[in-house]
Design a protein around this ligand. Sequence first.
Ligand code: ADP
Ligand code: MG
Length: 699
Amino acid sequence: MSSYLQTSIEYLKGVGPARAELLKKELQIFTFNDLLFHLPYRHVDRSKIYKVNELRAEMPYVQVKGIVSNLRLIGKNRAQRLVADLRDETGVMELVWFQGIKWVRESVLPGKIYLAFGKPAAFSGTINIAHPTLDDADEAAVKKYLHIMPMYNVTEKMKARGLDSRAIMKMMNLLLADPKLEIPENLPEPILVQNKLVQRHWALLQIHFPKDDKSLAAATFRLKFEEFFFIQLKLLRFKVRREQLHNGIELKTIGEYFNTFFKYNLPFELTNAQKRVLKEIRHDVKTGIQMNRLVQGDVGSGKTVVALMTMLMAIDNGYQSCMMAPTEILAGQHYETIVGMLRDMPVKVRLLRGSTLTKERKVILKELLEGEIHILIGTHALIEEVVQFKNLGLAIIDEQHRFGVEQRARLWKKNVKPPHVLVMTATPIPRTLAMTLYGDLDTSLIDELPAGRKPIQTILRYDTHRLSVNGLMKQEIKKGRQIYIVYPLIAESEKLDYKNLVDGYEQMCRDFPEPEYQVCILHGKMKADEKTREMTRFMKGQAQIMVATTVIEVGVNVPNATVMIIESAQKFGLSQLHQLRGRVGRGGDQSFCVLMADVKLSNDAKQRLNTMVETNDGFKIAEADLKLRGPGDLEGTVQSGILDLRIGDLSKDAPIVALARLNAQDILRQDPNLQHPNHLALSQYFEAYQRTAKWGRIS
Ligand code: ADP
Ligand code: MG
């Protein structure tokens, strides 16, 4: 930690209290170090001077040199603008200002040679640059600006007070030229050598003011590596600690409960993937080390039964289990499924959720503490302080992406010895993202669907095809099948979305009239008991059509449903569409997913919908999603601060993530507690890193 880097930003030359205030408020730049890590979002090449006749409107930022003359005001009132000619030996172009006209008129000298820099555009056949940056074109000045120039993000407020990208660049220049500035290396020498990484100080110099493209690439690689390396070190260190503690619960035996279930109750043959994952879990829970395992399996791959059988292992060894689901409906459904599967086995299962009545809740809490209840199923309600177990041995979290890491940790505290934790996610996440989000967990993969499933047929239909879609619906209902119709619900247009949903419901009631047809409806604004009633109607087959919002997205299991119609499908993200589609195709019958879309689709939406039509493979879809949307938008990742990356990009940097992880693993293998003298700088940096939320806040 270098104290000079921690110097408050107002002590930088040219900053002062007012600008410092702005930097703190707008960009959270408090210290020299923070400024250093305000990295350019891109660079523009100012090493080249273009000729006027070379300019094209499609070009990015360019620089031209010529005589500026003929300043004139054009237009009236709000349309008023200042225009000037710029002439070189090849032709004439225009410079245009819409704002700050007075200032430009006062400071620009007609007849003088300037360097103009900006984005070219074409207006009625003439090339122009709006709001160019103008510099004196005398020899010395030209030299100063001939390099690859950094561009920095600034806010509108900052711009309004003259603190623009260029001003930041000047500050950065001053700071980096400061002889007192010293940026210590935080990676051990062998890592630098093996991975051909440049020194940290040099990397920071070059990321702002690169000599050339090669230096910029080297600096970028180094800083990305560093960012991913410390994330991985943190996750893996966490894992090492856990393994060192060796204070997990030992589930030694497979006993009565597990065996009885396996012999008499299991309604189907397990898939090989399910068997393998159960073995992996079994291997973990008997070691005495706390298990932290992620089970990934596409929708419909049969995670619930794996969860149940793991819970039976806990019961066999005298421990309680709990299973947490993200919604009331899903928790209720898990409860039904599990009670159903256990049939007449003497296992006491209870359901606890927000809507559980106080009286019942009291009984549950008491029986939980006394150890009478074997399995508790519920929602977030499970992690509340008041929920105390006698001896919790296993906690299962279904659809983890809806829960924060924080909540996961709270479950550990439900027993003196931390319970084993099994996280199950149905949203396949790309490997890079999995490594970053769940890098501290061991992973298991259920990469096989139960036999006899027919792949779901996905079709794209435009609103004009509604009649033929109704035809498909009638045909399926005739066969005794059921249908979901899902409407989007987007916060910004909630009112309109609800209207669409209700209109759609009414239309369905008209097109599919009682008593032949029964239509039910489900959305987030309904009361819990109404929701349960409607859901039950559908689950019992009393209604053939369910009109709903995405409340049904996660985990709902009605094997008799064979058609999923998604309205305004273009408004959904890929992984959400895949989740929704996973609600059908759960029985032996051919199922269909109909994507209803507007005729006018953006390219992006077209790509998404076509991906859905082309593949049923959740992992391919997840990769496509990451490419199309970037990780920031992936569901459930937003709240996880870990994805707050400064320079790394999970959709592009998979190889660097893997490399960083390997290196972090190596270091911890040699030196699990980071105590080796060669790792002093590393461990000091790492300690500070762990204390702060953001990389770069430390030095
Ligand atoms: P998910 O992985 O999406 O949570 P579920 O656990 O809900 O999937 O299982 C989907 C359906 O497949 C359920 O109806 C379940 O009973 C059934 N199922 C699970 N495993 C098998 C299997 N090995 N063979 C046949 N059906 C299975
Ligand atoms: Mg499930």
